[in-house]
Design a protein around this ligand. Structure first.
Ligand code: HEM
Ligand SMILES: *[C@@H]1O[C@H](CO)[C@@H](O)[C@H](O)[C@H]1NC(C)=O
Ligand SMILES: *[C@@H]1O[C@H](CO)[C@@H](O)[C@H](O)[C@H]1NC(C)=O
Length: 512
């Protein structure tokens, strides 16, 4: 029992505490409203679609078809329009080459309102970092993507692809269409683990990879939903919801996977024989670089920094290419004529050899144009966000102050009909050297552009070429008209119902 003397003191304390919470809550709310007013006022000169009083444009963004909704808004509101997720978070959504150039040619930081949602999962790795630390890590990791490092990966891509194609051979025998997205994902993760994380054949661990793969699928979906639901924006509230707890659980699965990778490589580094091997390698791989990195004072990367980079690359390195390869194969099924030409080219390059070599990649000109055209229509990363560190003025004289938030809608940018006549038509010749030469450098940005562009661009293109060429040599791809894919953004471009295709084995020596 509380002594009688104490109880008035306690009740007074309770009163003070509730008062304090009320005042803090009020202050926080005023800050948010003030910021809202600043964001909204900055965008005064940009008309846009009507907003819901509570949700802003979030309801439209959550609906199926939201990507094409933005394309129709782009027609109505040239260059840019305000885009609100709820009432407190507003971006200027841009989709015009000169607008994109004004922002993306500078190195403005990522919008923390979006990228902070990543922190629990991939921490402060290259994707999220800012300022001098970002610069230092970018400089450190760039040699991990030097072409001498990338060369041997060609054989790794081919091996991982072959495993997938053998599996497809069995599935195709049933004569039914099937979803290719998942299998491509596992293949892309497997080759990433072997290239970037140096996993040997012996280290293959299917069930661990599988749970990681599924966790990433969950995490990207949850993060996209969080972004589009203002009630989840506050960290404190989010972690209390079932949605937030599911996110934390999936994070744990992902972290288990990365921890294991780091642990294994660290153990290998203890081994003298392994150390000799690394010293003899002319170019270190990504994980060697991270583990051996020291600054001029001999200080190594902290465990947290190391883990963040491994988490970042593990995610960025497979989910994006999975989307790219899957949508490319869908395009091939949709346009048999282009499929045939890519296959003929691949046959010709291959001759009587059974796999591709580094020098072959440069010869795949038609395939490369088709890959770019499929990046245009189905960009694996459809939308990226920035916060202006200094004011910007656009070509038409309108401007935005520092602190404003920008959303670059790559999907809508790639469908601008002035730059891309008949934008919905699949035409690889848009990427012939003559046509590229005459085009605005910021009209095509699948890998973003400027100082914060994709560090894995060359890795990704090489992988795309090897994998898709081998796919086309083994199978003929055609559509399942009963199951058209439904485009949806979950950080990367996916399909709500998978990508279902019919595969017809071409048999050995086919087409040669
Ligand atoms: C088709 C495949 C890919 C596409 C379309 C793609 C696209 C992009 C885009 C649009 C960005 C900018 C993101 C932003 O501004 O928020 C980016 C950044 C990044 N990408 Fe990729 N990416 C691909 C493959 C890869 C691969 C294979 C890796 C690693 C092996 C990778 C690693 C990264 C990293 C670390 C960043 C952050 C770079 C920085 O901010 O300095 N990406 N990527
Ligand atoms: C497409 O780009 C052109 C040239 O940059 C621009 O004039 C036009 O307004 C853009 N269209 C849209 C819908 O943004
Ligand atoms: C993480 O790994 C440990 C063992 O290494 C296991 O006991 C635990 O259940 C795993 N957690 C998750 C969420 O997978």
């Amino acid at each position: 029992m509380v002594p009688a003397l104490l109880s008035p003191i306690l009740s007074r304390l309770g009163l003070w505490a509730s008062g304090l919470i009320l005042v803090l809550g009020f202050l926080k709310l005023s800050c948010l409203l003030l910021r809202r007013q600043k964001l909204a006022r900055a965008m005064d000169s940009f008309p846009g679609p009507p907003t819901h009083w509570l949700f802003g444009h979030a309801l439209e963004m959550q609906q199926t078809g939201s990507l094409d909704k933005v394309v129709s808004w782009a027609h109505q509101f040239p260059y840019a329009h305000p885009l609100w997720f709820g009432q407190l978070l507003g971006f200027l959504n841009i989709y015009e080459p000169d607008y994109a150039k004004a922002v993306y040619s500078r190195g403005d930081p990522k919008a923390p309102d979006v990228y902070n949602f990543f922190l629990q999962w991939i921490g402060k790795g290259l994707l999220v970092l800012e300022g001098s630390k970002w610069f230092q890590h970018r400089k450190l990791l760039t040699p991990g993507f030097h072409y001498d490092v990338l060369k041997p990966y060609v054989a790794v891509f081919a091996d991982s692809t072959r495993v997938m194609l053998d599996k497809w051979e069995e599935k195709a025998r049933e004569g039914k269409s099937f979803d290719i997205f998942c299998d491509v994902g596992r293949m892309a993760l497997d080759s990433l683990m072997k290239c970037t994380f140096g996993r040997g054949e012996s280290g293959l661990d299917d069930s661990r990879d599988s749970s990681y793969y599924l966790a990433v699928r969950d995490l990207t979906l949850l993060m996209q939903q969080r972004l589009e639901s203002f009630q989840y924006h506050n960290d404190f509230i989010y972690w209390l919801t079932p949605h937030g707890r599911r996110f934390l659980q999936a994070c744990q699965v992902a972290h288990n996977h990365t921890d294991q990778v780091i642990r294994e490589r660290k153990a290998a580094l203890q081994d003298e024989k392994e150390q000799k091997k690394i010293q003899n390698r002319r170019h270190l791989d990504f994980l060697d670089i991270l583990l051996c990195a020291q600054d001029e004072n001999g200080v190594k990367l902290s465990d947290a920094d190391l883990r963040a980079e491994v988490d970042t690359f593990m995610f960025e390195g497979h989910d994006t290419t999975t989307s790219g390869i899957s949508w490319f194969l869908y395009c091939m099924a949709l346009y048999p004529e282009h499929q045939r030409r890519c296959r003929e080219e691949a046959c010709e390059i291959l001759g009587d050899r059974d796999s591709f070599q580094w020098d072959d990649l440069g010869k795949m000109t038609y395939l490369t144009m088709c890959i770019k055209e499929s990046f245009r229509l189905y960009p694996p990363v459809p939308q990226v966000y920035r916060q202006l560190s200094k004011p910007v003025s656009f070509v038409d004289g309108r401007c935005l102050p520092a602190g404003s938030l920008i959303s670059l809608h790559i999907y809508a940018l790639h469908r601008n009909s002035t730059v891309w006549p008949d934008p919905e038509v699949f035409d690889p010749l848009r990427f012939s050297p003559e046509n590229v030469a005459g085009r605005h450098p910021f009209a095509f940005m699948p890998f973003s552009a400027g100082p914060r562009n994709c560090i894995g661009q060359q890795f990704a293109l090489n992988e795309m070429k090897v994998v898709t060429a081998l796919c086309l040599l083994r199978f003929e791809f055609s559509l399942d008209p009963t199951r058209p894919p439904i485009k949806t953004t979950q950080l990367v471009l996916r399909s709500k119902n998978g990508i279902h295709l019919h595969l017809k084995p071409l048999g050995p020596g086919s087409g040669k």
